[in-house]
Design a binder for this molecule. Structure first.
Ligand SMILES: Cc1ncc(C[n+]2csc(CCOP(=O)(O)OP(=O)(O)O)c2C)c(N)n1
Length: 725
């Protein structure tokens, strides 16, 4: 017999026999009526778990991960407001159910059954995943990656105070909201979780408002690995900046008491709380997991004997709220009702085609109030003497700085965050003076943790900001990359476009820095960004393009709610010359405010029949090669791709009209590099004679060999000649 049936039979038998587990008397502020409501929510959560298993057995449901044992989460919902954003652990159906009771017109049972059935009418994911969530209940859906939702919960909590100071147009959280975020005891050990706790504590330690309730649902085990007894309390009870409260999750009265305290503390003091709720896990981890294969049967049975619904029946009896026979009837009626509704849910339509699935990869556009650009007075005040310098050609880092200034003047919802972006103005000076111009609220010097930087951006974006997080070097994106891949990019997908986190992530990267760094400061791989569905990757090669593209990136985030990565080639930040020392030909004048380069628009120099297709440093080197090739009679057309994901197919093919040959010059690696995609595209769509000239499959060295593994102007010339002869 499976554990779900055993738990069910135990419940029926023990309630009928009046054999209820011992425990504390009901105490605290929970009223008898509300206690009954929470019990009903718990029964519904349990009935849905049972139904989910039945649906899966019948081939009508697709995934089961239960909430059984965690019904106490209903009391947490009751202690919060339905406008408090909730980033939930996957076991929190009871939370969603109790929250739905707080909002007129919401039916958690129907919604959750539709998600079990993977129906396209599932109101949160549109049939893409069995996931908790609801726009009306302010519950964004979460991916199943353990702990990855914690950094953005910190960001969302931070955004509440930030929005009070500079309210963004699309703000969703009220001034007095708190953010709640729950996770299991095993998940609490994840480095992503630890980073979020540390960031929250670091923030609170400085008295920066952070109304956040972390909820650790401690059932003592993660799949099959036990959490050492006492570990959670030992780990969290005495952290600086993090207030610790504990409760018994088997007791809805105690849980409500503690959750009310936690919510009140976070709401009034604007400081983070760690609520440790001790509970049990019934039925094993998920699906067909059998806990008796890795735990002694006696331990499994001990947890089952502590079924929180049995405890609730006792507590309701002792509080005079409901006698056990009535509680038993509620349980049975709820099971019957869920079974009835399920017969309807499984008849609802499901997604079928790729088009159906992909419909929410790209979020819907949103209306934005028109802006006329910053006023002359505002610009004069912000730029000062820089206004005069705009008449002269400048290096790329300066032009990006000016573009950021104009964009921040124009859009008060933009906030920058990153390591050293404030007082220092960035490692390469790109954000210099911005903190003076816009203050530390909008130019945030963060702690040293890339997951927290991206989490801050994602969380703020969910509350209407247009964040521009900075990752100092591309090599340091990798330890935080899941925040883009698993979190930011999937949010619109799994919420059917109802929740979004539009932002422009600025990353300094690529190679060719002469005197600096070796591999870690010269990472020439973009593969990790190019296969994320929905993500836009922009890579400018010179300052004027950087400005025009950055303006487009902000438009894409602000109006089209897109996730954009703006990759700034470090070696080109200070680049002045193109052909000869001192020619100043790589500098550009600041493009007039309002002008921009559209997504997918490539740049073309020359009109020869031999195309040199490249981007970033490769583009500059290709222009040098173009001059050399012209001297030997090879006429070329140098195409700057600018947009590397999605590839700018239409305008690239257009730019290639009349060409006979195309050489792809790619400073990323031969394996997994941009050229692979381009070769495939051109092979499929053109009759050109093709070749690629890429970087080696190597990391980058420092010293004299700094560029040895990547294309040079001379090697491009040689490759182009080889192609045409
Ligand atoms: C980053 C990551 N690693 C591994 C997993 C696989 N996994 C799913 S749930 C889980 C255990 C989580 O245990 P706990 O946090 O205690 O929550 P519980 O399931 O007990 O409620 C694991 C290892 C995952 N989802 N994400």
């Amino acid at each position: 017999m499976d554990r779900a049936t055993i738990v069910h039979d135990n419940f029926l038998r023990r309630v009928a026999a009046g054999d209820l587990p011992a425990g504390a008397k009901p105490s605290g502020p929970l009223s008898p009526e509300n206690a009954v409501a929470l019990y009903r929510a718990g029964c519904l959560s349990r009935a849905l778990d049972r139904q989910s298993r039945a649906m899966q057995k019948a081939g009508q449901g697709f995934y089961t991960i239960g909430s059984s044992g965690h019904e106490g989460m209903a009391a947490i919902a009751a202690a919060l407001r339905p406008t408090d954003m909730a980033f939930l652990h996957y076991r929190d159906a009871a939370f969603q159910i109790a929250r739905a009771d707080q909002v007129p017109g919401q039916s958690a049972a129907w919604d959750i059954l539709l998600s079990f059935a993977a129906s396209s009418e599932d109101p949160i994911s549109g049939g893409r995943h069995k996931v908790l969530g609801s726009r009306a209940l302010m519950i964004p859906p979460q991916t199943s990656t353990i702990a990855s939702h914690l950094p953005k919960a910190v960001g969302a909590a931070y955004s509440i105070g930030a929005a009070k100071r500079h309210g963004p147009e699309h703000r969703v959280l009220p001034d007095d909201a708190v953010v709640m975020c729950s996770f299991g005891d095993a998940s609490a050990n994840h480095s992503t979780a630890q980073g979020a706790f540390n960031t929250a504590a670091w923030t609170a330690f400085q008295s920066i408002p952070l109304p956040l309730v972390f909820i650790c649902e401690d059932n003592g085990i993660g799949i099959s690995v036990k959490t050492p007894k006492g570990w959670i309390v030992a780990n969290f009870a005495h952290r600086p900046g993090l207030h610790y409260i504990a409760c018994d999750g088997l007791d809805i009265f105690d849980t409500y008491r503690a959750a009310s305290q936690a919510a009140d503390y976070a709401r009034t003091r604007k400081r983070p709380v760690f609520l440790h709720i001790r509970t049990v896990r019934l039925y094993g981890h998920a699906g067909a997991d059998m806990p008796t294969t890795y735990l002694p049967k006696s331990e499994v049975e001990a947890d089952e004997a502590n079924d929180p619904l049995l405890h609730s029946v006792r507590l309701l009896r002792d509080a005079g709220a409901m006698p056990p026979d009535a509680a038993l009837k509620v349980y049975q009626d709820t099971n019957d009702r869920v079974a009835r509704i399920a017969t309807q849910a499984v008849t609802r339509p499901r997604l079928k085609t790729a088009q159906d699935v992909m419909a929410s990869l790209i979020p819907p556009p949103r209306p934005c109030a028109p802006t006329n650009g910053p006023s002359a007075e505002a610009r004069a005040a912000a730029f000062g003497a820089d206004l005069k310098a705009m008449a002269e050609p400048q290096i790329m880092s300066k032009l990006i700085n000016w573009a950021l200034t104009d964009l921040m003047l124009d859009h008060p919802e933009i906030a920058l965050m990153g390591e050293d972006v404030g007082a220092k103005g960035g490692v390469y000076g790109v954000t210099q003076k911005l903190i003076t111009r816009f203050g530390p609220d909008r130019v945030i010097d963060t702690l040293l943790d890339e997951q927290s930087i991206l989490g801050l951006g994602i969380g703020m974006a969910q509350n209407g900001f247009v964040p521009m997080p900075e990752i100092q070097f591309l090599a340091y994106l990798h330890n935080a990359e899941d925040q883009l891949r698993g979190e930011a990019a999937t949010l619109p997908f799994f919420s059917n476009g109802q929740f979004t986190n539009p932002m422009v992530v600025r990353i300094a990267g690529l190679g060719y820095q002469k005197g600096f760094g070796g591999h870690f400061h010269n990472d020439n791989s973009l593969a990790v960004l190019r296969d994320i569905p929905g993500l836009i990757l922009a890579v400018p090669s010179h300052g004027a393009d950087a400005v025009g593209m950055l303006r487009e990136c902000v438009r894409l985030a602000r109006k089209e709610q897109r996730l954009v990565v703006f990759l700034e080639p470090i070696a080109l930040y200070p680049m002045r010359d193109l052909y000869d020392d001192g020619d100043g030909a790589w500098m550009r004048r600041y493009p007039a405010p309002g002008t921009r380069i559209s997504l997918g628009e490539v740049g073309v120099t020359g009109d020869g029949p031999v195309a040199l297709i490249s981007f970033a440093n490769g583009h500059r080197l290709s222009l040098q090669a173009q001059a050399q090739l012209a001297e030997t009679g090879v006429e070329t057309r140098v195409i700057d791709l600018r947009w590397l994901s999605p590839l700018p197919e239409a305008s690239l093919l257009d730019a290639l009209r009349g060409c006979t040959h195309a050489l792809i010059v790619d400073e990323t690696r031969r394996s997994g590099g941009v050229a692979e995609g381009l070769m495939a595209l051109l092979a499929e769509r053109t009759d050109l004679r093709l070749a690629r000239h890429t970087a080696q499959d190597s990391f980058i060295a420092t010293g004299p060999a700094y560029a040895a593994t990547m294309p040079s102007a001379d090697s491009i010339v040689a490759a182009a000649k080889a192609l045409v002869t």
